[in-house]
Design a protein around this ligand. Structure first.
Ligand SMILES: NC(=O)C1=CN([C@@H]2O[C@H](COP(=O)(O)OP(=O)(O)OC[C@H]3O[C@@H](n4cnc5c(N)ncnc54)[C@H](OP(=O)(O)O)[C@@H]3O)[C@@H](O)[C@H]2O)[C@@H](O)CC1
Ligand SMILES: Nc1ncnc2c1ncn2[C@@H]1O[C@H](COP(=O)(O)OP(=O)(O)O)[C@@H](O)[C@H]1O
Ligand SMILES: [K+]
Length: 472
Protein backbone atom coordinates (compact mmCIF):
# COMPACT_ATOMS: atom_id res chain seq x y z
CA UNK A 1 0.00 0.00 0.00
CA UNK A 2 1.26 3.51 -0.80
CA UNK A 3 0.18 6.35 1.44
CA UNK A 4 0.23 10.07 0.80
CA UNK A 5 1.64 12.51 3.35
CA UNK A 6 -1.93 13.56 4.13
CA UNK A 7 -2.62 10.05 5.48
CA UNK A 8 0.02 10.18 8.18
CA UNK A 9 -0.95 10.42 11.84
CA UNK A 10 1.86 11.88 13.93
CA UNK A 11 2.79 12.07 17.57
CA UNK A 12 3.84 15.50 18.82
CA UNK A 13 7.51 14.55 18.69
CA UNK A 14 7.10 13.22 15.13
CA UNK A 15 5.40 16.52 14.18
CA UNK A 16 8.26 18.52 15.69
CA UNK A 17 10.72 16.35 13.74
CA UNK A 18 8.72 16.91 10.53
CA UNK A 19 8.81 20.67 11.13
CA UNK A 20 12.55 20.50 11.78
CA UNK A 21 13.09 18.67 8.48
CA UNK A 22 11.16 21.41 6.68
CA UNK A 23 13.26 24.07 8.40
CA UNK A 24 16.51 22.26 7.57
CA UNK A 25 15.35 22.23 3.95
CA UNK A 26 15.06 26.02 4.08
CA UNK A 27 11.53 26.89 5.22
CA UNK A 28 11.63 29.00 8.38
CA UNK A 29 9.14 28.74 11.24
CA UNK A 30 7.54 32.06 10.23
CA UNK A 31 6.75 30.67 6.78
CA UNK A 32 5.35 27.45 8.32
CA UNK A 33 3.12 29.50 10.61
CA UNK A 34 1.91 31.56 7.64
CA UNK A 35 1.07 28.38 5.69
CA UNK A 36 -0.72 26.88 8.68
CA UNK A 37 -2.57 30.04 9.71
CA UNK A 38 -3.58 31.12 6.22
CA UNK A 39 -4.69 27.58 5.35
CA UNK A 40 -6.82 27.47 8.49
CA UNK A 41 -8.18 30.98 7.80
CA UNK A 42 -9.82 29.72 4.58
CA UNK A 43 -11.94 27.30 6.62
CA UNK A 44 -12.68 29.95 9.25
CA UNK A 45 -13.73 32.39 6.51
CA UNK A 46 -16.07 29.85 4.91
CA UNK A 47 -17.61 28.99 8.27
CA UNK A 48 -18.00 32.65 9.25
CA UNK A 49 -19.97 33.30 6.05
CA UNK A 50 -22.73 31.22 7.61
CA UNK A 51 -22.59 33.01 10.96
CA UNK A 52 -25.11 35.74 11.79
CA UNK A 53 -24.61 39.01 9.88
CA UNK A 54 -22.64 41.60 11.79
CA UNK A 55 -21.22 39.06 14.20
CA UNK A 56 -17.56 38.60 13.48
CA UNK A 57 -14.73 36.29 14.38
CA UNK A 58 -12.96 36.32 17.76
CA UNK A 59 -9.55 34.63 17.91
CA UNK A 60 -8.36 33.54 21.35
CA UNK A 61 -4.55 33.52 21.31
CA UNK A 62 -2.30 31.75 23.82
CA UNK A 63 1.43 32.28 24.43
CA UNK A 64 2.89 29.59 22.12
CA UNK A 65 2.93 28.93 18.41
CA UNK A 66 -0.73 27.90 18.46
CA UNK A 67 -1.41 31.48 19.56
CA UNK A 68 0.91 32.61 16.73
CA UNK A 69 -1.30 30.75 14.25
CA UNK A 70 -4.20 32.69 15.75
CA UNK A 71 -2.66 36.08 14.87
CA UNK A 72 -2.05 34.85 11.29
CA UNK A 73 -5.67 33.69 11.03
CA UNK A 74 -6.96 37.00 12.44
CA UNK A 75 -4.87 39.06 10.00
CA UNK A 76 -5.98 36.89 7.05
CA UNK A 77 -9.66 37.40 7.99
CA UNK A 78 -9.09 41.15 8.41
CA UNK A 79 -7.38 41.37 4.99
CA UNK A 80 -10.40 39.67 3.42
CA UNK A 81 -12.64 42.38 4.89
CA UNK A 82 -14.05 40.29 7.74
CA UNK A 83 -14.90 41.60 11.20
CA UNK A 84 -12.28 40.17 13.52
CA UNK A 85 -10.85 40.74 16.98
CA UNK A 86 -8.21 39.03 19.10
CA UNK A 87 -8.37 38.13 22.79
CA UNK A 88 -4.80 37.66 24.05
CA UNK A 89 -4.88 35.23 26.97
CA UNK A 90 -1.15 35.86 27.48
CA UNK A 91 1.42 37.89 25.56
CA UNK A 92 3.04 35.94 22.72
CA UNK A 93 6.09 34.10 24.05
CA UNK A 94 7.87 32.54 21.05
CA UNK A 95 9.73 34.48 18.36
CA UNK A 96 7.37 33.22 15.66
CA UNK A 97 4.28 34.13 17.70
CA UNK A 98 5.71 37.60 18.49
CA UNK A 99 6.34 38.20 14.79
CA UNK A 100 2.84 37.01 13.84
CA UNK A 101 1.33 39.29 16.52
CA UNK A 102 3.35 42.26 15.22
CA UNK A 103 1.91 41.70 11.73
CA UNK A 104 -1.70 41.70 12.96
CA UNK A 105 -3.31 45.09 12.38
CA UNK A 106 -6.76 44.53 13.87
CA UNK A 107 -8.20 45.16 17.35
CA UNK A 108 -7.21 43.33 20.53
CA UNK A 109 -10.02 43.34 23.11
CA UNK A 110 -10.62 42.16 26.66
CA UNK A 111 -12.33 38.78 27.02
CA UNK A 112 -15.42 40.21 28.74
CA UNK A 113 -16.20 42.38 25.69
CA UNK A 114 -15.82 39.58 23.17
CA UNK A 115 -18.93 38.11 21.66
CA UNK A 116 -19.83 37.25 18.09
CA UNK A 117 -20.31 34.56 15.47
CA UNK A 118 -17.19 32.40 15.55
CA UNK A 119 -14.70 31.73 18.32
CA UNK A 120 -11.36 30.47 16.99
CA UNK A 121 -9.53 28.62 19.76
CA UNK A 122 -5.76 29.14 19.52
CA UNK A 123 -5.10 29.07 23.26
CA UNK A 124 -2.96 25.90 23.23
CA UNK A 125 -2.15 23.33 20.55
CA UNK A 126 0.18 20.37 20.54
CA UNK A 127 2.39 22.05 23.16
CA UNK A 128 -0.16 21.64 25.96
CA UNK A 129 1.75 19.68 28.57
CA UNK A 130 -0.40 19.93 31.73
CA UNK A 131 -4.05 20.42 32.68
CA UNK A 132 -5.67 23.76 31.88
CA UNK A 133 -5.89 26.05 34.90
CA UNK A 134 -9.35 27.02 36.16
CA UNK A 135 -8.65 30.51 34.85
CA UNK A 136 -8.03 29.30 31.27
CA UNK A 137 -10.92 26.83 31.40
CA UNK A 138 -13.31 29.62 32.47
CA UNK A 139 -11.92 31.95 29.80
CA UNK A 140 -12.44 29.35 27.06
CA UNK A 141 -15.90 28.23 28.12
CA UNK A 142 -17.07 31.82 28.77
CA UNK A 143 -15.98 32.92 25.29
CA UNK A 144 -17.49 29.82 23.66
CA UNK A 145 -20.81 30.57 25.38
CA UNK A 146 -20.81 34.12 23.90
CA UNK A 147 -20.25 32.94 20.31
CA UNK A 148 -22.49 30.99 17.95
CA UNK A 149 -19.85 28.42 17.02
CA UNK A 150 -16.33 27.44 17.95
CA UNK A 151 -13.44 26.25 15.76
CA UNK A 152 -10.39 24.51 17.24
CA UNK A 153 -7.01 25.17 15.64
CA UNK A 154 -4.83 22.05 15.52
CA UNK A 155 -6.53 20.54 18.59
CA UNK A 156 -9.02 21.96 21.10
CA UNK A 157 -7.10 23.61 23.95
CA UNK A 158 -7.36 21.09 26.76
CA UNK A 159 -6.64 17.94 24.72
CA UNK A 160 -3.50 15.80 24.90
CA UNK A 161 -2.48 15.53 21.23
CA UNK A 162 -0.87 12.10 21.61
CA UNK A 163 -3.55 10.30 23.62
CA UNK A 164 -6.79 12.22 23.02
CA UNK A 165 -7.22 12.53 26.80
CA UNK A 166 -8.94 15.59 28.30
CA UNK A 167 -6.60 17.90 30.19
CA UNK A 168 -9.54 20.02 31.32
CA UNK A 169 -12.71 19.41 33.33
CA UNK A 170 -14.99 20.42 30.50
CA UNK A 171 -14.40 21.71 26.99
CA UNK A 172 -16.71 23.55 24.58
CA UNK A 173 -18.12 21.68 21.60
CA UNK A 174 -16.50 22.66 18.28
CA UNK A 175 -18.17 22.77 14.87
CA UNK A 176 -14.77 22.21 13.28
CA UNK A 177 -11.28 21.10 14.27
CA UNK A 178 -8.53 22.13 11.83
CA UNK A 179 -5.40 19.96 12.07
CA UNK A 180 -2.19 21.72 11.05
CA UNK A 181 0.56 20.03 9.05
CA UNK A 182 -0.53 16.45 9.79
CA UNK A 183 -3.19 14.57 11.72
CA UNK A 184 -2.32 13.99 15.36
CA UNK A 185 -3.39 10.84 17.19
CA UNK A 186 -5.98 12.82 19.19
CA UNK A 187 -7.91 13.42 15.95
CA UNK A 188 -8.80 9.71 15.94
CA UNK A 189 -9.14 8.95 19.64
CA UNK A 190 -11.85 9.29 22.26
CA UNK A 191 -12.74 11.39 24.17
CA UNK A 192 -11.07 14.04 21.98
CA UNK A 193 -12.87 13.16 18.75
CA UNK A 194 -16.28 13.64 20.39
CA UNK A 195 -15.41 17.35 20.88
CA UNK A 196 -16.06 18.38 17.25
CA UNK A 197 -18.45 17.73 14.38
CA UNK A 198 -15.98 17.92 11.49
CA UNK A 199 -12.20 17.65 11.18
CA UNK A 200 -10.09 19.09 8.34
CA UNK A 201 -6.38 19.04 7.57
CA UNK A 202 -4.20 21.96 6.38
CA UNK A 203 -1.08 20.93 4.46
CA UNK A 204 2.12 22.84 5.31
CA UNK A 205 4.38 20.69 3.12
CA UNK A 206 5.42 18.06 5.67
CA UNK A 207 6.74 14.99 3.83
CA UNK A 208 5.60 11.45 4.56
CA UNK A 209 7.33 9.96 7.57
CA UNK A 210 7.68 6.25 6.83
CA UNK A 211 7.72 5.38 10.53
CA UNK A 212 4.43 7.12 11.23
CA UNK A 213 0.99 5.67 11.76
CA UNK A 214 -1.60 6.15 9.03
CA UNK A 215 -5.27 6.94 8.72
CA UNK A 216 -7.26 3.95 7.39
CA UNK A 217 -7.73 4.79 3.72
CA UNK A 218 -10.29 3.91 1.09
CA UNK A 219 -9.26 0.58 -0.46
CA UNK A 220 -8.63 0.24 -4.18
CA UNK A 221 -10.36 -2.98 -5.22
CA UNK A 222 -10.92 -4.70 -8.53
CA UNK A 223 -13.50 -7.04 -9.99
CA UNK A 224 -12.55 -10.75 -10.11
CA UNK A 225 -10.04 -11.60 -12.85
CA UNK A 226 -11.40 -12.72 -16.20
CA UNK A 227 -10.45 -16.33 -15.45
CA UNK A 228 -11.55 -16.22 -11.80
CA UNK A 229 -13.27 -19.16 -10.18
CA UNK A 230 -14.79 -19.47 -6.76
CA UNK A 231 -11.79 -21.04 -5.03
CA UNK A 232 -9.26 -18.67 -6.54
CA UNK A 233 -11.38 -15.75 -5.33
CA UNK A 234 -11.19 -17.10 -1.80
CA UNK A 235 -12.98 -19.79 0.19
CA UNK A 236 -14.05 -18.53 3.62
CA UNK A 237 -15.13 -21.06 6.23
CA UNK A 238 -17.13 -19.78 9.19
CA UNK A 239 -17.06 -22.06 12.24
CA UNK A 240 -20.45 -21.85 13.91
CA UNK A 241 -21.17 -22.59 17.55
CA UNK A 242 -23.85 -22.37 20.21
CA UNK A 243 -25.69 -19.33 18.79
CA UNK A 244 -26.26 -19.78 15.04
CA UNK A 245 -27.42 -16.21 14.27
CA UNK A 246 -24.03 -14.55 14.72
CA UNK A 247 -22.23 -16.97 12.39
CA UNK A 248 -24.99 -16.54 9.78
CA UNK A 249 -24.60 -12.77 9.97
CA UNK A 250 -20.82 -13.00 9.58
CA UNK A 251 -21.29 -15.38 6.62
CA UNK A 252 -23.65 -12.90 4.96
CA UNK A 253 -21.11 -10.10 5.40
CA UNK A 254 -18.31 -12.27 3.98
CA UNK A 255 -20.42 -13.19 0.95
CA UNK A 256 -21.06 -9.51 0.19
CA UNK A 257 -17.41 -8.61 0.44
CA UNK A 258 -15.66 -10.34 -2.39
CA UNK A 259 -15.11 -13.91 -1.18
CA UNK A 260 -15.79 -16.48 -3.94
CA UNK A 261 -17.23 -19.11 -1.64
CA UNK A 262 -18.54 -18.92 1.92
CA UNK A 263 -19.11 -22.14 3.82
CA UNK A 264 -20.63 -22.49 7.28
CA UNK A 265 -19.63 -25.49 9.39
CA UNK A 266 -21.86 -25.74 12.45
CA UNK A 267 -23.55 -28.34 14.59
CA UNK A 268 -26.91 -26.87 13.66
CA UNK A 269 -27.33 -25.35 10.22
CA UNK A 270 -31.12 -24.94 10.32
CA UNK A 271 -32.04 -21.48 9.10
CA UNK A 272 -29.08 -21.17 6.71
CA UNK A 273 -30.16 -19.33 3.52
CA UNK A 274 -29.99 -21.14 0.19
CA UNK A 275 -26.96 -19.21 -1.12
CA UNK A 276 -24.86 -20.34 1.85
CA UNK A 277 -23.19 -23.75 1.72
CA UNK A 278 -23.82 -25.04 5.23
CA UNK A 279 -22.51 -28.35 6.54
CA UNK A 280 -23.71 -29.91 9.75
CA UNK A 281 -20.39 -30.66 11.43
CA UNK A 282 -19.95 -32.11 14.90
CA UNK A 283 -16.89 -31.25 17.00
CA UNK A 284 -15.28 -34.59 16.08
CA UNK A 285 -15.70 -33.97 12.32
CA UNK A 286 -14.39 -30.43 12.34
CA UNK A 287 -10.68 -31.16 11.83
CA UNK A 288 -11.49 -33.18 8.71
CA UNK A 289 -13.74 -30.39 7.39
CA UNK A 290 -10.89 -27.88 7.89
CA UNK A 291 -8.31 -30.05 6.13
CA UNK A 292 -9.42 -28.75 2.71
CA UNK A 293 -6.37 -26.96 1.27
CA UNK A 294 -8.58 -24.64 -0.73
CA UNK A 295 -9.67 -22.81 2.44
CA UNK A 296 -8.23 -19.28 2.25
CA UNK A 297 -9.52 -17.93 5.57
CA UNK A 298 -11.32 -19.21 8.64
CA UNK A 299 -13.55 -17.23 10.98
CA UNK A 300 -14.14 -18.45 14.50
CA UNK A 301 -15.84 -16.71 17.40
CA UNK A 302 -19.20 -15.14 16.54
CA UNK A 303 -21.82 -17.13 18.46
CA UNK A 304 -19.22 -19.77 19.39
CA UNK A 305 -20.09 -20.08 23.10
CA UNK A 306 -17.49 -20.50 25.84
CA UNK A 307 -17.88 -24.12 26.97
CA UNK A 308 -15.66 -27.12 26.26
CA UNK A 309 -17.30 -27.67 22.87
CA UNK A 310 -16.51 -24.09 21.94
CA UNK A 311 -12.91 -24.54 23.06
CA UNK A 312 -12.63 -27.70 20.93
CA UNK A 313 -13.94 -25.83 17.89
CA UNK A 314 -11.55 -22.93 18.43
CA UNK A 315 -8.64 -25.35 18.81
CA UNK A 316 -9.60 -27.14 15.59
CA UNK A 317 -9.41 -23.76 13.86
CA UNK A 318 -6.07 -22.91 15.44
CA UNK A 319 -4.60 -26.33 14.63
CA UNK A 320 -5.76 -26.20 11.00
CA UNK A 321 -2.91 -23.82 10.16
CA UNK A 322 -5.27 -21.62 8.10
CA UNK A 323 -5.37 -17.83 8.06
CA UNK A 324 -7.69 -16.98 10.93
CA UNK A 325 -10.01 -14.24 12.08
CA UNK A 326 -10.82 -14.61 15.77
CA UNK A 327 -13.69 -12.59 17.20
CA UNK A 328 -16.10 -12.48 20.15
CA UNK A 329 -16.21 -15.74 22.19
CA UNK A 330 -13.14 -16.99 20.30
CA UNK A 331 -11.15 -14.16 21.88
CA UNK A 332 -12.43 -14.98 25.36
CA UNK A 333 -10.97 -18.48 25.01
CA UNK A 334 -7.47 -17.38 24.05
CA UNK A 335 -4.73 -17.60 26.66
CA UNK A 336 -1.01 -17.22 27.14
CA UNK A 337 1.34 -18.97 26.53
CA UNK A 338 -0.67 -21.27 24.24
CA UNK A 339 -1.75 -18.52 21.87
CA UNK A 340 1.27 -16.27 21.54
CA UNK A 341 2.13 -17.14 17.94
CA UNK A 342 -0.97 -16.25 15.97
CA UNK A 343 1.03 -14.82 13.09
CA UNK A 344 -1.16 -14.05 10.08
CA UNK A 345 -4.34 -13.91 12.17
CA UNK A 346 -6.68 -10.99 12.84
CA UNK A 347 -8.15 -10.44 16.32
CA UNK A 348 -11.15 -8.09 16.60
CA UNK A 349 -11.71 -7.26 20.30
CA UNK A 350 -14.16 -4.68 21.56
CA UNK A 351 -13.34 -2.82 24.76
CA UNK A 352 -14.37 -5.64 27.13
CA UNK A 353 -12.65 -8.36 25.11
CA UNK A 354 -9.51 -6.22 24.95
CA UNK A 355 -9.45 -5.92 28.75
CA UNK A 356 -9.95 -9.66 29.14
CA UNK A 357 -7.13 -10.45 26.72
CA UNK A 358 -4.79 -7.97 28.39
CA UNK A 359 -5.38 -9.60 31.78
CA UNK A 360 -4.76 -13.08 30.32
CA UNK A 361 -1.61 -12.02 28.51
CA UNK A 362 -0.30 -10.01 31.48
CA UNK A 363 -0.41 -6.66 29.66
CA UNK A 364 -0.87 -3.17 31.11
CA UNK A 365 -4.34 -1.66 30.76
CA UNK A 366 -3.56 1.92 31.73
CA UNK A 367 -1.85 3.12 28.54
CA UNK A 368 -3.55 4.94 25.65
CA UNK A 369 -5.44 2.78 23.15
CA UNK A 370 -2.74 2.72 20.40
CA UNK A 371 -0.09 1.50 22.85
CA UNK A 372 -2.48 -1.13 24.21
CA UNK A 373 -3.35 -2.42 20.74
CA UNK A 374 0.34 -2.56 19.81
CA UNK A 375 1.18 -4.48 22.99
CA UNK A 376 -1.54 -7.06 22.29
CA UNK A 377 -0.39 -7.43 18.67
CA UNK A 378 3.15 -8.01 19.85
CA UNK A 379 2.07 -10.50 22.54
CA UNK A 380 -0.04 -12.58 20.15
CA UNK A 381 1.73 -12.05 16.83
CA UNK A 382 -1.65 -11.15 15.30
CA UNK A 383 -3.07 -8.00 13.74
CA UNK A 384 -5.37 -6.46 16.36
CA UNK A 385 -8.45 -4.46 15.42
CA UNK A 386 -9.25 -2.65 18.69
CA UNK A 387 -12.88 -1.70 18.00
CA UNK A 388 -15.08 1.09 19.31
CA UNK A 389 -15.94 4.65 18.30
CA UNK A 390 -12.17 5.11 17.89
CA UNK A 391 -11.07 1.93 16.12
CA UNK A 392 -7.30 1.41 16.07
CA UNK A 393 -5.49 -1.31 14.09
CA UNK A 394 -2.10 -2.55 15.28
CA UNK A 395 0.30 -5.05 13.72
CA UNK A 396 2.94 -7.19 15.44
CA UNK A 397 5.72 -5.34 13.62
CA UNK A 398 4.61 -2.03 15.13
CA UNK A 399 2.28 -0.98 12.28
CA UNK A 400 -0.50 1.32 13.44
CA UNK A 401 -3.52 2.79 11.72
CA UNK A 402 -6.46 4.87 12.87
CA UNK A 403 -10.01 4.66 11.51
CA UNK A 404 -11.80 7.90 10.69
CA UNK A 405 -14.96 8.63 12.58
CA UNK A 406 -17.69 6.07 11.74
CA UNK A 407 -21.46 6.53 12.23
CA UNK A 408 -22.46 6.03 15.87
CA UNK A 409 -25.43 3.98 14.55
CA UNK A 410 -22.89 1.14 14.53
CA UNK A 411 -23.48 0.83 18.27
CA UNK A 412 -26.08 -1.90 17.76
CA UNK A 413 -25.88 -5.66 18.32
CA UNK A 414 -24.34 -7.75 15.57
CA UNK A 415 -22.23 -5.11 13.83
CA UNK A 416 -19.11 -6.77 15.23
CA UNK A 417 -20.15 -10.06 13.60
CA UNK A 418 -20.45 -8.18 10.31
CA UNK A 419 -16.94 -6.74 10.74
CA UNK A 420 -15.58 -10.22 11.50
CA UNK A 421 -17.13 -11.55 8.27
CA UNK A 422 -15.65 -8.62 6.36
CA UNK A 423 -12.20 -9.31 7.80
CA UNK A 424 -12.45 -12.99 6.82
CA UNK A 425 -13.51 -12.19 3.26
CA UNK A 426 -10.75 -9.61 2.76
CA UNK A 427 -8.22 -12.01 4.33
CA UNK A 428 -9.30 -14.72 1.87
CA UNK A 429 -8.88 -12.34 -1.05
CA UNK A 430 -5.69 -10.50 -0.03
CA UNK A 431 -4.00 -13.19 2.11
CA UNK A 432 -2.45 -10.39 4.16
CA UNK A 433 -3.84 -9.74 7.62
CA UNK A 434 -2.78 -6.07 7.80
CA UNK A 435 -4.28 -5.16 4.40
CA UNK A 436 -7.40 -7.19 5.10
CA UNK A 437 -8.04 -5.56 8.48
CA UNK A 438 -7.64 -2.04 7.07
CA UNK A 439 -9.89 -2.75 4.09
CA UNK A 440 -12.52 -4.37 6.31
CA UNK A 441 -12.61 -1.48 8.78
CA UNK A 442 -13.01 1.08 5.98
CA UNK A 443 -15.75 -0.95 4.24
CA UNK A 444 -17.59 -1.46 7.56
CA UNK A 445 -17.75 2.29 8.22
CA UNK A 446 -18.71 3.05 4.62
CA UNK A 447 -21.47 0.42 4.72
CA UNK A 448 -22.75 2.10 7.89
CA UNK A 449 -22.76 5.50 6.16
CA UNK A 450 -24.73 4.01 3.29
CA UNK A 451 -27.14 2.13 5.55
CA UNK A 452 -28.42 5.44 7.01
CA UNK A 453 -29.91 5.82 10.48
CA UNK A 454 -31.25 3.10 12.79
CA UNK A 455 -30.10 0.11 10.73
CA UNK A 456 -29.87 -3.40 12.09
CA UNK A 457 -26.85 -5.63 11.51
CA UNK A 458 -28.53 -7.38 8.55
CA UNK A 459 -29.05 -4.02 6.82
CA UNK A 460 -25.38 -3.27 7.46
CA UNK A 461 -24.29 -6.54 5.82
CA UNK A 462 -26.46 -5.69 2.80
CA UNK A 463 -24.91 -2.21 2.54
CA UNK A 464 -21.43 -3.72 2.10
CA UNK A 465 -22.04 -4.27 -1.62
CA UNK A 466 -22.52 -0.59 -2.52
CA UNK A 467 -19.62 0.28 -0.19
CA UNK A 468 -17.43 -2.20 -2.05
CA UNK A 469 -18.69 -0.93 -5.42
CA UNK A 470 -17.43 2.57 -4.50
CA UNK A 471 -13.89 1.12 -4.28
CA UNK A 472 -13.85 -0.53 -7.74
N1 LIG B 1 6.61 24.58 15.28
C1 LIG B 1 6.20 24.89 14.04
O1 LIG B 1 6.96 24.96 13.11
C2 LIG B 1 4.76 25.10 13.79
C3 LIG B 1 3.82 24.97 14.82
N2 LIG B 1 2.55 25.26 14.62
C4 LIG B 1 1.64 25.46 15.75
O2 LIG B 1 2.33 25.39 16.93
C5 LIG B 1 1.61 24.64 17.90
C6 LIG B 1 2.55 24.12 18.90
O3 LIG B 1 3.18 25.25 19.41
P1 LIG B 1 3.94 25.25 20.81
O4 LIG B 1 4.81 24.08 20.86
O5 LIG B 1 4.53 26.58 20.95
O6 LIG B 1 2.78 24.97 21.82
P2 LIG B 1 1.36 25.68 22.17
O7 LIG B 1 0.39 24.58 22.12
O8 LIG B 1 1.10 26.90 21.41
O9 LIG B 1 1.54 26.17 23.67
C7 LIG B 1 2.53 25.72 24.47
C8 LIG B 1 2.90 26.85 25.39
O10 LIG B 1 2.04 26.87 26.45
C9 LIG B 1 2.71 26.52 27.69
N3 LIG B 1 1.79 25.58 28.32
C10 LIG B 1 1.58 24.28 28.03
N4 LIG B 1 0.55 23.79 28.74
C11 LIG B 1 0.08 24.82 29.49
C12 LIG B 1 -0.98 24.95 30.42
N5 LIG B 1 -1.78 23.93 30.72
N6 LIG B 1 -1.17 26.14 30.98
C13 LIG B 1 -0.37 27.19 30.69
N7 LIG B 1 0.63 27.13 29.81
C14 LIG B 1 0.87 25.96 29.23
C15 LIG B 1 4.06 26.04 27.30
O11 LIG B 1 5.10 26.57 28.02
P3 LIG B 1 5.58 26.15 29.45
O12 LIG B 1 4.69 26.92 30.38
O13 LIG B 1 5.43 24.66 29.58
O14 LIG B 1 7.00 26.58 29.48
C16 LIG B 1 4.23 26.69 25.93
O15 LIG B 1 4.74 28.00 26.07
C17 LIG B 1 0.90 23.62 17.08
O16 LIG B 1 -0.23 23.10 17.76
C18 LIG B 1 0.52 24.45 15.88
O17 LIG B 1 -0.68 25.17 16.18
C19 LIG B 1 2.09 25.70 13.32
O18 LIG B 1 2.16 27.09 13.32
C20 LIG B 1 2.93 25.15 12.20
C21 LIG B 1 4.36 25.46 12.41
N1 LIG C 1 -20.30 4.76 18.87
C1 LIG C 1 -19.73 4.11 17.85
N2 LIG C 1 -19.25 4.79 16.80
C2 LIG C 1 -18.68 4.14 15.77
N3 LIG C 1 -18.55 2.79 15.69
C3 LIG C 1 -19.00 2.07 16.70
C4 LIG C 1 -19.61 2.67 17.84
N4 LIG C 1 -19.97 1.70 18.70
C5 LIG C 1 -19.61 0.53 18.13
N5 LIG C 1 -19.03 0.74 16.93
C6 LIG C 1 -18.49 -0.29 16.02
O1 LIG C 1 -19.49 -1.32 15.91
C7 LIG C 1 -18.91 -2.60 16.04
C8 LIG C 1 -19.47 -3.27 17.30
O2 LIG C 1 -18.83 -4.48 17.50
P1 LIG C 1 -19.14 -5.39 18.79
O3 LIG C 1 -19.06 -4.55 20.01
O4 LIG C 1 -18.28 -6.59 18.69
O5 LIG C 1 -20.68 -5.76 18.56
P2 LIG C 1 -21.44 -7.16 18.52
O6 LIG C 1 -20.70 -8.07 19.47
O7 LIG C 1 -22.82 -6.86 18.97
O8 LIG C 1 -21.40 -7.65 17.11
C9 LIG C 1 -17.42 -2.39 16.06
O9 LIG C 1 -16.90 -2.46 14.75
C10 LIG C 1 -17.27 -0.97 16.61
O10 LIG C 1 -16.08 -0.36 16.17
K1 LIG D 1 -6.15 25.12 19.95
Amino acid sequence: MIFAAADQVLTVSQMVAAEERLMTAGTDVHELMQRAGRGAAKYVWRTSAGARQGYGVTVLCGPGNNGGDGYVIAEAIRERGGTVQVVAARDPGTDAAKRAASLYRGPIVGAVHARGGILVDCLFGSGLNRPLSDEFEALLSGLAARHDRAIAIDVPSGIDSDTGALLAGKLPHYALCIALGAWKRAHFLMPAMACWDLARLVDIGAARDVASAIAVGKPVLSAPARDAHKYRRGLVVVIGGAMPGAALLASRAAAHCGAGYVKLVARDVAGAPDWLVAHETGDGDLAAALADDRIAALLVGPGLGRDDNARARLNAGLESGRHLVIDADGLMLLEAPAHTSLSGAILTPHYGEMLWLERHFGLATDAAKPARALALAEATGAVVVAKGPDTVIAGPGGQLSFASSAPSWLSVAGTGDVLAGLCAARLAVTVDAWTAANEAVWLHAEAARRAGPAFHAGDLADAIRPALESCL
